[in-house]
Design a protein around this ligand. Sequence first.
Ligand code: NIG
Ligand code: FE
Length: 428
Amino acid sequence: MTTEKHFDTIIDNIGQLLTMDHGDGPLKGEEMSKLKVSEHAALAIRDGLVAWIGTHEEAQSLKATERIDAEGKLVTPGLVDPHTHLVFGGSREHEMALKQQGVPYLEILKRGGGILSTVGATREASEEELLTKARFHLNRMISYGVTTVEAKSGYGLDRPTELKQLRVAKQLNESHPADIVSTFLGAHAIPPEFKGRSDEFLTEMLDLLNDIEKGQLAEFVDIFCETGVFTVEQSREFLKKAKEKGFSVKIHADEIDPLGGTEMATEIGATSGDHLVGASDKGIHALGETDTIAVLLPGTSFYLNKGKFANARGMMDAGAAVALSTDFNPGSSPTENLQFIMNLASLQLKMTPEEIWNAVTINAAYAINRGDSAGKLAPGRKADIVLWDVPNYHYVPYHYGVNHTHTVMKNGRIIYRKEKLHEHISAH
Ligand code: NIG
Ligand code: FE
């Protein structure tokens, strides 16, 4: 019997345990309010995997090398952040004044700033510099409870720099405990050398897919479908060709202007459509009818400050699967804090705590083809676990702007523990 075997670690005295173990597939529409909450629970780990889940009482007779007393805390799967621009050079704090003057995001880009300013800094940075910087941001994500991260390229817009960014993501995946899922976003903007020749630029980026495939440098292909960047038709053709080459596809759609990218994403069988702030009724309906996951990024709406957020409730009413993400990037969403996104989802997207937890775990995992390995705790699954310093799961989307994690585990090993105050302070 499993209970007689020895475990590596037992976490007992869990106040509330969320497993997200509600069957197969992403949760769609009404199913998103499902949440299995076990009180007074315990969980055992062996060889980096969840080996047993039961009650605190049952756990007392089990043997383990290490025992962690959760002290009544909330325990959940490690969070999954399914849309980030993790690898880039430089930063864009100098654009803050322009933002304050009301210069729109797309106008800054048109003037050669925005994404193109980061492209300059990323082209200049060495691979080593990019790796150090990306590791810094990734470590911060971990501290907020994230154990699996999607990372996009898209700040090279030329062969050497795009490949450099993708190699950095691959190196991070191999050298860091977090799991990284890589996306090629060469079609993120039109570089100055291709100004007025966007079709030629897309052909060049498609050509790069052969190298990417050979080096197994990315699993997804993405494109920024937006006014002044790539049209819906260009995006459709580009992603279709990427699919023919065997890549899964995603799309930055209807982020700023409502162009109809949402319905296009569903038509071509994209794994996810991301942003969708300006999604049409037709697009929202199509999300409910298909398997394309709506990855919503309320941090970007907050930071672009136009007062418009994605219609998450409408999408769930239509039967769509919704996931949430930071969109971590140096321009439209400079934050690694997925917990803040959970607060925004509550306040601005009117999502319930149950929907929010599913959106940052199991649905986020499906949005990056990791539904079978991340975002859920069950025997045989990876022991990616967060212990939260909160009394219940309603608390995280409620208490905003701070970090609620206590302990973060990846593959059964502790990779982050809440910093301790200096002795001098804690003594008083
Ligand atoms: O998801 N919109 C395109 N890409 C990012 C922003 C990138 C940037 O501003 O550097 C986004 O919002
Ligand atoms: Fe993005």
